[in-house]
Design a protein around this ligand. Structure first.
Ligand code: 3PG
Length: 210
């Protein structure tokens, strides 16, 4: 397994972030680090994504900063140029996966069906985002879908919070969990980084006490 993806598996929780202003990236990174999470997935759902990745990477070189919601190879390139450590896609997109593999950029494509997983395996990938986890069927679906794919690791994302994080993290096929619950949009907009730190600490405590 790729070293960056291995590190994500040790960190166990990936905050999924949509930033309207790139300037938010630095105080946000500070709050995440203070709360005990040295990683972030900054999504290309906003125009500020690439600049935010660059700012967070520059201010905190010790953090793993990924680009999320990458839909095209062009976005993957922007993310790489901004210094992203890894790429996350919501679904399986062969063009984005090929772009990343050709440049040894770690990628976790989204999967939700056995067909998606087969496509990812054919590309040699073994750490996959399971999205949208809760809406699609949650732990029941994940257990059923993972059963034939021994050795494949999943990063469930979508609908995960402090209430169900431990249940996911206890599963042997779960590598880490992604979620926005410790980086709520309204907190970021209001500059409430103390709330980010508090929710991050809470999530880290859950992951430590499985
Ligand atoms: C994602 O982009 O991965 C999800 O939107 C995160 O899902 P959540 O907001 O339900 O945690």
């Amino acid at each position: 397994m790729n070293e960056i993806l291995q590190q994500l598996g040790q960190i166990k929780i990936i905050p999924v972030i949509a930033l309207d202003r790139a300037e938010t990236a630095v105080p946000l990174g500070e709050a995440l680090l203070a709360g005990g999470l040295p990683c972030a997935e900054i999504t290309f759902r906003t125009a500020a994504a690439a600049e935010a990745i660059e700012k967070m990477r520059t201010a905190f070189p010790e953090m793993l900063v990924g680009a999320g919601t990458v839909l095209t190879a062009e976005q993957a390139q922007k993310a790489q140029e901004a210094g992203a450590n890894f790429i996350v896609t919501p679904g399986f997109d062969a063009a984005v996966v090929d772009w990343c593999l050709a440049r040894s950029v770690p990628i976790t494509p989204g999967v939700i069906t056995p067909t998606d997983i087969n496509q990812a395996l054919a590309k040699g990938l073994d750490v996959l985002k399971f999205f949208p986890a809760e809406a699609a069927g949650g732990i029941k679906l994940l257990k059923a879908i993972a059963a034939p794919y021994v050795g494949v690791k999943f990063i469930p994302t979508g609908g995960i919070g402090a209430n169900n994080l431990a249940d996911y993290l206890r599963l042997p096929m779960v590598h880490a969990c992604g979620g926005s619950f410790m980086v709520k949009k309204e907190w970021l907009a209001a500059g409430q980084f103390d709330k980010v730190k508090e929710a991050t600490e809470q999530a880290v405590a859950i992951a430590k006490n499985l």
